[in-house]
Design a protein around this ligand. Sequence first.
Ligand SMILES: [Zn+2]
Length: 343
Amino acid sequence: MNLHLKTKAQAVIFILIMTVVLLLTSCGNAEGEYIDTAIESANLQFLPPGELVDAGDEIFFIRYPECQLYRLKKGTFVAEHFCQDPTCLHVTEKCAVLGARSNFENYNGTIYAIDSSNQMLMLKDDHFVKVEGIKGGFTHTGGKLYVCESGSNATLAYSENGKLERVVTEEVLGYWRYQIGHYLYGNNGGATNRIDLNKKDAEMEVLFEGWGYTDGTYLYQVDLKESHLYRRDLDGTNPVRLLDEPVLTTVNFDKEYLYFRYFIDQNAAGEKCGEVYRMKKDGTGGPELITTLPEPVRNIYAVSEGDWIYVVTTEGYWQNARETLYAVRIDGSETREITYSDD
Ligand SMILES: [Zn+2]
């Protein structure tokens, strides 16, 4: 990652972020997507790493620390293992999951993912199958398939049916790639970048440091130094600070609201860490507490339709980390813990 750590505070926050990333990526790699069924969802962010995807009537998500894929019908609260073969150990190629780990994407109703070696997968009927020849974090956007190729680290453009068209840049644009106008945006956690697709051999433009998100109209930023939330124009200019208090990088949004939790201390635990707030994107109305969960909130996922967001909490660290998934009504009227049919 191309990070420019200028201050001690930045370094501390970066270490915190990397701790969370490493915690999340013990099952595979840190690439991830959550995109395209809804640009209004926070699709440039590095976290969450595509471990939850809106699959229409259902959500699919990776359950940690088991690193297994589960499915949950929207409006219900009992998740099922994605592989329904009771004799399966979920390790061979016969398994329906076939190692799908992250970079989940719903594109035109087809679910894509990558496995722990960055091999692109697609869901066919009830099985994930390999998309031959494509390795790396990817996004379908602007009628193309953009891939940050594993190994070369170049950003490549494919046609939608998988034919290599060109090298967009010899650099890693970022974990998230999204086309708005003639720019391809990306965010690598350290900086939010874009590249002009109309220019041949265009150089990557660093717009700002910190975590980036977009709803197609604005860029949103959590800066590395102070963890403050800003809204910016699509060229990265005109920063407007949206909140007085610092927030955790796990900001997410739908059409109308931003969802977030406050950044309390460097341990990202303690009092108030279980509180989830929403705030109108136009800045009116002020932050509104919608739920208080018993454990520290780690990730917040908005889905494109429906009245619920999904919130992951984490207790403990490293291999001892325990996660819980909650469904929270966006108006705060109901919070439900997700349970598992195979437990
Ligand atoms: Zn299986």
